[in-house]
Design a protein around this ligand. Sequence first.
Ligand code: KG4
Ligand code: ZN
Length: 404
Amino acid sequence: MTILAIDTSCDETSAAVLDGDRVLSSVTWSQIKYHRRWGGVVPSLARRAHTERLPLVVTRALRLAKVNLPNSANSPNSPNLISAVAVTVGPGLAPALEAGIHYAKALALLHEIPLIPVNHLEGHIASVFLKRKSGKSFFNRLILQPFSRSNRSNHFLSLIVSGGHSELVLTNRDFLLPSSFFLSHRLLGQTMDDAAGECLDKVGRELGLGYPAGPVVEQFARFSSSRAYKFPIPLQRSPRTDLNFSFSGLKTAAIQMIHGTHNIEKSGQRQPKKFSKAELYDFCASFQETVISALLLKLKRAIQITGVKSVILTGGVAANNRLRRRAGALVRSLDGQFYPAPKQFTGDNAAMIGLAAHWAWSRGEVAQTPEKIIALDRQPNLNFESVIPSEAPPDGAKSRDPAK
Ligand code: KG4
Ligand code: ZN
């Protein structure tokens, strides 16, 4: 089945064509330059930019994949036709989501094909399973195919870390076809305030590192192995079954350190501390290390509580090499298998939405009739069903007593 997928959940306008799990084309246009001078994403600007760019991005994705939409000028001569359109319905910025949904609905109605609503977070999970056009994995080194038949676990954990989300998700799977799964997801933990990426971006902004600052923090951190700046690891002392995250306290502590609490209290104004280059590198290294430790603390707990040892790392922040290295080391130290998303699919992209659409289709989540297509709406706060971690162990997964 060939799917045209669209994602406009935040500030990337993206379209992709997938044949099963094979990416035939993937086109992403970033709006970052529009939002940069405001220091963050401006929803109304995002909607307008998505609306303007979508036709170009979609046309390019179709052309690169050498496929056509049915009932179009080229379709009579085309052996390869799109069978369904998929679109992210949430979570995300409401005006941005609206632009993509509006366009996808129009395509589905005009070309008389079904529309598949996709959960953006399931998309991030799906990014790990994407394959090249040739059917080969995106990983250069030879690793075990994630969740192949030889890997007998029927569950996996995902740590999703992006600008909008920090989540731990437990997934159950059932094989249908070799390249298609029947999956159900449960939310074990999420951030109670800021997401990890947001925390990196906001602290980086205060350091004058631009937007988004996460990748710059990583670059600067590479120049230092110092941990001279000390930050508390959030929720370190919370109960062992607590798998939620919190980054706003850490963000405030870091911003106060940057500006000097004293200065803010005295003058009511933020006077950035003058960092030398070396100090800036040390600060980034210390701060990044604390964000990673906060994430891995909960990942370790999740593995220990559920007994599930196949672990996915995904989302924009999963591009961070230090996080990938430390998460991989942690998972392997617990005898687990680690599957980070391929670097080119960590950030928002429609390819991951296309594969998640196949999974959604397997569950019957599809609008087939014009009435159902028209009725589809955005779900800005969409998430997986939540489960209390101590009750999380799924059938067959070994669980340890969380009290131990
Ligand atoms: O998944 P994504 O592209 O968009 C959302 O759904 O939010 O994630 C964007 C986030 C931003 O906060 C950005 O700073 C962060 O991912 N990010 C990084 C790196 N690359 C992107 N954070 C740390 N290190 C990186 N290399
Ligand atoms: Zn995302």
